[in-house]
Design a protein around this ligand. Sequence first.
Ligand code: GRF
Length: 211
Amino acid sequence: MKRYVILISGRGSNMLSLLDAGLPGACAAVISNRPEAAGLGLAAARGIPAAVVDHRGFAAREDFDAALATEIERHAPDLVLLAGFMRILGEAFVRRFEGRVLNIHPSLLPAFPGIKTHARALAAGVRVHGCSVHFVTPALDGGPIVAQAAVPVQAGDDEASLAARVLAEEHLLYPRVARWFLEGRLALRDGHPRLAGETAVTAALHVPQTD
Ligand code: GRF
């Protein structure tokens, strides 16, 4: 059975959606860069080994990356899932785990990389927003996109209402993509996601019904 590790920094709702999805693999560990991350307790309550590699204990980013890589490799995972993990991972880390690290980001990339995506989407006046799952590269939220889910921006939306609508889609999309990988159907080849031998990955697009 394939093994995966989840990296978190906070609340851990995407982590829970992965743990509760019945994925065809074993979660070997949840690792946080913040000891106060609420998700650590949620993982422990499900009997998942939880570890902390606190980035504040390292003067240089590369040293944190190396310590994190060592902790991940202790669990010999086939797949590393970033789920609300709020640190940029450097070149050496990404090369070490090339093609084995996925991230979920709360926007339709390449729009709105980085933080505060929902406020920026509202300020830009976009009519459609959403989330993306991508392979991780050293470019912030810039790796090859595997799948996306879109939601409408509705009249009267504020940051919280839009974030909640996107988050509901994150919780569906990420387990779906993780399942593809753990089933051996999804891989990164020559920098491009490949799904089940097809030459292109079909985007997963869910647009909820509106009244
Ligand atoms: C999610 O919106 C995720 O896409 C983003 O940060 C948020 C983390 O939420 N990177 P949670 O910790 O998974 O609840």
